[in-house]
Ligand binder design. Structure first.
Ligand code: AMP
Ligand code: ZN
Length: 140
C-alpha cells in the first residue's frame, strides 16, 4: 500500500476522483497531460505514492519513474514532432513548486513555446569544491 494524502490533488488524480488526460500508468507511476501546458505535449510524471519532494521518495518509486521517463519522453517527442525538450522537477515554493506531490515535467521545446530559463552561473572554486565534496560524501 502506498501512502496518500486525501487533500492532495495529484493523489486524487491517482485515486480517480479527479479526472486527468492519462498518458501512461503502471503499478508505481502515472503520467498525464499538464492542465496548463507550456507547450504541446507537456506531460507530468508522478509516483502513485504521496511524497512532497523528490529527496523523500523511496528508492523503489524513484527507480520506477527513472525506468519509464525515457520511454515517455520518446512518446511525447514522436507524437508532437518536437526534437528538443526539458525535464523539470521543482522542489519547494522558492523553487517554483506549486503542487506538493512529486512530479516531473516533460516539456517539449517547440518554436518559442516550452520552458524559459534564467541560468545565473557562478564559478566553482577548487577549495570550496573539496569541502563541499567531503560534506556531501559523508551524507551518502
Ligand atoms: P509545479 O510548479 O512544478 O508544482 O507544477 C505543477 C503543475 O501541475 C503545473 O504545471 C500545473 O499546470 C499542473 N496541474 C495542476 N493541477 C493539475 C491538474 N488537475 N491536472 C493536470 N495538471 C495540473
Ligand atoms: Zn499526493
Amino acid at each position: 500500500m502506498v501512502q496518500t494524502d486525501p487533500n492532495c490533488i495529484f493523489c486524487r488524480i491517482v485515486a480517480g476522483t479527479i479526472p486527468c488526460h492519462k498518458v501512461y500508468e503502471d503499478d508505481h507511476v502515472l503520467a498525464f497531460l499538464d492542465i496548463g501546458p507550456l507547450s504541446r505535449g507537456h506531460t507530468l510524471v508522478i509516483p502513485k505514492g504521496h511524497w512532497a519532494t523528490l529527496e523523500q521518495v523511496s528508492d523503489e518509486a524513484g527507480a520506477a519513474i527513472g525506468r519509464v521517463l525515457p520511454r515517455l519522453a520518446r512518446a511525447v517527442l514522436n507524437a508532437t514532432g518536437a526534437k528538443e525538450w526539458n525535464l523539470l522537477q521543482n522542489n519547494g515554493r522558492a523553487a517554483h513548486q506549486v503542487v506538493d506531490h512529486v512530479h516531473f515535467h516533460i516539456i517539449p521545446k517547440i518554436g518559442d513555446t516550452g520552458l524559459g530559463l534564467d541560468w545565473p552561473a557562478g564559478k566553482l572554486a577548487g577549495e570550496n569544491a573539496k569541502a563541499l565534496l567531503n560534506a556531501m560524501r559523508q551524507q551518502l
